[in-house]
Design a protein around this ligand. Structure first.
Ligand SMILES: Cc1ncc(C[n+]2csc(CCOP(=O)(O)OP(=O)(O)O)c2C)c(N)n1
Ligand code: SF4
Length: 264
């Protein structure tokens, strides 16, 4: 598959602001997916609501643009009904960790075979810059004019604690590295989560005086690291383990019950 085949040309141009990182995440995702030689009819991409969630509308697969926070439940239903599909969730930090936070932890706990890519721009972009559960402490947002009093989740540790069997974090400033992480997440059998540090120059960047989109990428370069450098946001793969997958277990149970062996 090449880009032309994967994108719905009639939906172009996209709605993202100049310099928004969401297009960079989508490009890394498409590069990773292109390597897999999947039949597009066997790929389902589900998203919630938000600038990031707009991504599903641009893709020429089976796609579903659902309600805010509910991408994972829709994706779970699809995976259970059609286990042969590669089911991918594209979601924002607000979508997946605020209103959808409960769904996220339970999908991780079940180890259902979904790949969830969280576009973490630290803010609710689409609704004009309210703080989210991933907005860093004391950073400015439309709803935090004196700084965000809350402390953010560490999404990697949240997913890990909830039972995800593949957890990684990448950044738009390292697109090839990000592509590799997404590729590994797609290959994983079980619940995989890839958090992506990305930039919203229009709200988070402007409110916090971070400069141009290029300055924001430079900030990422200086404040993330793949080698665990003290005081930086760590990037890489943090969990990669095998555990029975939920759908396969469920099918096995159905078979056992159908054969009249339940309760034995
Ligand atoms: C039930 C419900 N609550 C709130 C909204 C309003 N809403 C739409 S998008 C959004 C925030 C999206 O933020 P995020 O998921 O971080 O994505 P981004 O736009 O930053 O990519 C909110 C609160 C909604 N559409 N539905
Ligand atoms: S508001 Fe922010 S997240 Fe939304 S498209 Fe613009 S830069 Fe991207």
């Amino acid at each position: 598959m090449n880009y032309k085949q994967m994108l719905r040309q009639n939906k172009m141009p996209h709605i993202w602001c100049p310099g928004c990182g969401h297009g960079m995440v989508l490009a890394a995702f498409l590069r990773a997916l292109a390597q897999k030689e999947l039949d597009p009819n066997n790929v389902a991409v589900i998203s919630g609501i938000g600038c990031s969630s707009r991504a599903s509308g641009y893709l020429d697969f089976n796609t579903l643009h659902t309600t805010h926070g509910r991408a994972i439940p829709f994706a779970t239903g699809i995976k259970m009904a059609k286990p042969n599909l590669k089911v991918i969730v594209l979601t924002g930090d607000g979508d997946s960790t605020a209103i959808g936070g409960n769904h996220l932890i339970h999908a991780a706990r079940r180890n259902i075979d979904l790949t969830v890519i969280v576009f973490n721009n630290n803010i609710y972009g689409m609704t004009s810059g309210q703080y989210s559960p991933l907005t860093p402490h004391m950073k400015l947002a439309t709803t935090a004019p004196y700084g965000n009093f809350d402390y953010p989740f560490d999404l990697v540790n949240l997913a890990k604690g909830a039972g995800a069997t593949f957890v990684a974090r990448g950044a738009t400033s390292q697109p090839r590295h990000l592509e590799k992480l997404i590729s590994q997440g797609l290959d994983h059998n079980g619940f995989s989560l890839v958090e992506v540090v990305t930039q919203c120059p229009t709200y988070f960047g402007r409110k916090n005086k971070m400069g141009s989109p290029v300055d924001m990428l430079q900030w990422q370069r200086e404040n993330t690291s793949t080698s665990g450098k003290e005081g930086t946001i760590p990037l890489g793969v943090f969990v990669q383990e095998e555990r029975p997958e939920y759908g396969a277990n469920y099918l096995q149970l159905v078979k056992t019950v159908a054969e009249g062996k339940s309760g034995e």
